[in-house]
Every structure is written in structure tokens, then in C-alpha cells.
Ligand binder design. Structure first.
Ligand code: HEC
Length: 125
């Protein structure tokens, strides 16, 4: 009987630890995406717009962009080094240079990537 009680308590402790870990991870991910949002508004929204829709034939959309869906690993490099040359996004051709962001740290870029993925590329949008 005593042993059972001990087991129940042990399970309880285990589950609450597990639960708080998941919560912490979620909170961290939310904080990163919020930081990403702030950076996005400052560094990207001028051209790609806050809602990611882009701007006529000058700046390509990020929201549901087939280019990004087909090249999921390209985002980090595009933000860091910029982009040049003609590309087609969702059937429209774009051919202006996007500037590099040498002042952003890798961590800041990670946060922008996280934000862009959650906001513009997840299927719930
Ligand atoms: C000065 C305007 C400008 C700013 C600021 C800018 N971009 Fe771009 N971006 C462009 C242009 C122009 C292209 C197309 C480049 C080409 O034709 O090769 C592009 C292309 C892209 C692409 C690939 C095409 C697509 O739509 O999937 C991504 C992704 C992207 N930008 C993300 C970002 C992010 C994230 C930021 C902020 C860190 C940012 N851009 C800031 C102008 C800009």
C-alpha cells in the first residue's frame, strides 16, 4: 500500500516536470517568434508588407510563397546575404535586388525565420 502511494506521487512529480518542460519550450518558441515579428516589421515589412503579401511586381510575397515552400532551407541565407537575379514566385517574375543584412546576428535571423514560417507558411493561414 505504501509502495503504491509512493508510485502515485512519483508519477505525479514526473508528469508535472514533463508538463512544465513542454510549457517552457512553448513559451520560449513564442518569445522567439515575437522577437522575430519585431525584427520583421523593422527589416522586412517595408518591402514585403506586414501581411507578407509583397508589393506589386517589385517585391515578391512571402505568404504562401511557392518559392519558399520549395526551398525551405533558403530563407536564412536570403536574409543574411540578400538576393539578386530573376525569380518566379507564385507565377510572377521578380527581378530586383534584395539587400543583405550584415548587422543581424544569426540568432536574430533564426527568430525572423521562425516568425516567417509560423505566420506565412503554416497551413492554418
Ligand atoms: C528593399 C526591399 C527588401 C527588403 C527590406 C527585404 N526584401 Fe526580401 N526580397 C526583395 C526583393 C526585390 C526580392 C526578389 C529578389 C530577386 O529578384 O532575386 C526578395 C526576395 C525575398 C525572398 C525570396 C522570394 C520569396 O518571396 O519567397 C524571401 C524569402 C525574402 N525576400 C525574405 C525577406 C525577409 C525575411 C526580409 C527581412 C529580413 C526581407 N526579405 C527584406 C526585397 C526586399
Amino acid at each position: 500500500m505504501k509502495k503504491n502511494k509512493f508510485l502515485v506521487i512519483l508519477c505525479f512529480v514526473f508528469y508535472s516536470l514533463l508538463y512544465s518542460c513542454a510549457d517552457e519550450k512553448q513559451a520560449q518558441s513564442r518569445a522567439n517568434a515575437n522577437h522575430g515579428l519585431e525584427l520583421y516589421e523593422r527589416m522586412c515589412a517595408n518591402c514585403h508588407q506586414s501581411d507578407g503579401s509583397g508589393f506589386v511586381k517589385l517585391y515578391p510575397p512571402l505568404k504562401n510563397a511557392d518559392f519558399l515552400k520549395n526551398n525551405p532551407k533558403a530563407l536564412f541565407g536570403i536574409i543574411k546575404y540578400g538576393m539578386i537575379g530573376s525569380i518566379v514566385v507564385n507565377g510572377i517574375e521578380f527581378n530586383l535586388a534584395m539587400p543583405a543584412n550584415p548587422k543581424l546576428s544569426d540568432k536574430e535571423i533564426d527568430h525572423i525565420v521562425e516568425y516567417v514560417q509560423i505566420r506565412f507558411l503554416s497551413n492554418s493561414n
